[in-house]
Design a protein around this ligand. Structure first.
Ligand SMILES: [Zn+2]
Length: 266
């Protein structure tokens, strides 16, 4: 599934082409401190620029974070001046990404009663009710208890969905593996930030708990996608031929993911 993750991230990333500029870098003092309070104006909004130095970074990478912060990752000994110039040279790109962010459906970080959450492919309302000495959160068909009314229901809802995913996904993988003649050694449910699933050489399939939020056919496509990686551990044409045979409407699921991944925070 890493292709999907890369596509989604690639949309919001740009790199400096530093290959030809190595000499230029060596002329610049490398010990200047990173500026902390830089900002850039995008579509008349002043946005903070955060500079992050990374020991292993080879390029300058510019990212527009969903919280509307400009983040520049730079090599450990890179130049802040160059990083600033890089940000300014990519202003048009940042303006385009700003519009992409504005048009994306980004889930709120704080979930409160009356708000909606994606569950099994549908947006369902959140409600909180008192039950004796406890409080209950209801969404869709689900009920969970919380000790007190909370400012933010997100951690409780995510923990509940994680548990559901652990109960349901292994069984769904087993069913689909039987259907498609695949042998899985282990299923692990994870909290991955930017991928739906992965498959290892040893036959372990890792799945994101957020699969529980997707429509059933999209969830099944992701599982089948990983099952087909047991045959081809790459994204070659042969791999996609396996996927197309096992899941003829996989393109519909891919399209859904491209348009809606923002709903689960990707
Ligand atoms: Zn894949």
């Amino acid at each position: 599934m890493f292709l999907l993750a890369l596509l989604a991230r690639g949309l919001l990333n740009t790199r400096s082409n530093v290959k030809n500029k190595t000499k230029f870098f060596r002329l610049i003092p490398s010990n200047e401190p990173a500026a902390q309070s830089e900002t850039i104006e995008i579509h008349s909004h002043r946005m903070p620029i955060v500079f992050r130095r990374h020991a292993r970074a080879r390029n300058y990478v510019l990212r527009l974070h969903w919280n509307k912060t400009v983040v520049v990752t730079m090599p450990k000994n890179g130049s802040t001046k160059f990083a600033e110039a890089f940000v300014n040279s990519r202003k048009a790109w940042l303006e385009r990404q700003w519009k992409v962010l504005e048009s994306r459906k980004i889930p709120p970080q704080v979930l409160q009663p009356g708000m909606e959450v994606l569950f099994r492919g549908r947006s369902v309302g959140l409600a909180v009710a008192r039950k004796g000495t406890e409080w209950q959160v209801n969404f869709g068909t689900q009920t969970l208890s919380i000790p007190a009314p909370e400012q933010n229901l997100r951690p409780f809802i995510e923990a509940h969905m994680f548990e559901l995913a652990q109960q349901e996904l292994a069984e769904r993988v087993a069913t689909l593996a039987r259907e498609h003649g695949a042998v899985v050694s282990r299923v692990v449910v994870r909290n991955q930030k930017s991928r739906w699933g992965s498959c290892s050489y040893s036959g372990t399939i890792s799945l994101n708990w957020r699969l529980i939020q997707l429509p059933a056919q999209v969830r099944d496509y992701i599982i089948v996608h990983e099952l087909m990686h047991l045959r081809e551990l790459n994204h070659s044409q042969r791999f996609w031929n396996h996927v197309a045979r096992a899941c003829p409407d996989y393109q519909g699921a891919e399209d859904w993911l491209k348009q809606n991944s923002g709903l689960v925070g990707f």
